[in-house]
Design a protein around this ligand. Sequence first.
Ligand SMILES: Cc1cc2nc3c(=O)[nH]c(=O)nc-3n(C[C@H](O)[C@H](O)[C@H](O)COP(=O)(O)OP(=O)(O)OC[C@H]3O[C@@H](n4cnc5c(N)ncnc54)[C@H](O)[C@@H]3O)c2cc1C
Length: 247
Amino acid sequence: MEVKLLKATEDPEETICTAARNDYMEEFAGDKSFKEIMTTIEGETIEEKKETLIGHLLKQGHFGPFEHPQATFAVKGISRSCMAQITRHRHVSFDVRSMRYVSFDDVDPENVAEGEMVVTPPSANDPDWVGRNQKGGAVDDETVEKREEIFRESVKRSVEDYQELLDLGMPPEDARFVLPIGTEVNMVLSMNARMLMHVADMRAAADAQWEIREMTEEILDLAKEWCPITFEYYEENMKNRKNRLAP
Ligand SMILES: Cc1cc2nc3c(=O)[nH]c(=O)nc-3n(C[C@H](O)[C@H](O)[C@H](O)COP(=O)(O)OP(=O)(O)OC[C@H]3O[C@@H](n4cnc5c(N)ncnc54)[C@H](O)[C@@H]3O)c2cc1C
């Protein structure tokens, strides 16, 4: 899996603060410099003032201003299972690599068995891995070797069958039905800062699956570089809180 920040609103925290100050200013925010807009906010420097206001907004649950800045991420190599989970979030915009127009006719099924094209879950080769709803706990090496063998054989066979169906003239959009749910996709996704916090609430949490959790943690790291005051506050004060519900 690889996650990159493609594009994002410039000066996102200036936008958040301007939007929030607009709510309580008699004057038109469009006529004022950012410095003027922030005059009454506590702090010596403009950075301190931004920290004061953003901390206050997040603490009070005044989340509307965080809907203005938006970021676009490119994600490489997540499973269709992970895709199904993330695309449940209705305020995120997505583009997903098509399996109707992109066919995997030149992929070597042997390489698929070695981890190409299909995501291998850690429980397929790590004896100590314990996932949710798993019967028993850690397993011995022999059991995990057996798991790995079955997993590899199964994905190899489905790619061989897929390619044979393509050779028999079946369209890629129909032949893909035999491919596993672990088949990799690349996607581009965009969301605003408020939604990013909501996705993190649900998908960076301990009860989310390892793959979407990893993706969300990577998105959060990039968000911290893009919109630092907001996502550092989120990390320190909001992440993993109980009773989260749509910030
Ligand atoms: C650990 C975990 C397990 C899950 N298991 C399952 C499962 O077994 N089966 C399954 O189907 N799903 C499952 N889900 C998905 C989950 O039920 C949600 O559909 C998904 O996480 C989207 O989040 P959301 O409901 O907050 O909606 P989002 O689309 O992220 O919307 C954000 C917020 O906007 C508001 N909102 C959006 N649309 C509406 C609306 N129509 N009406 C009212 N308010 C709205 C809500 O406040 C919502 O929280 C699981 C999620 C997690 C994290």
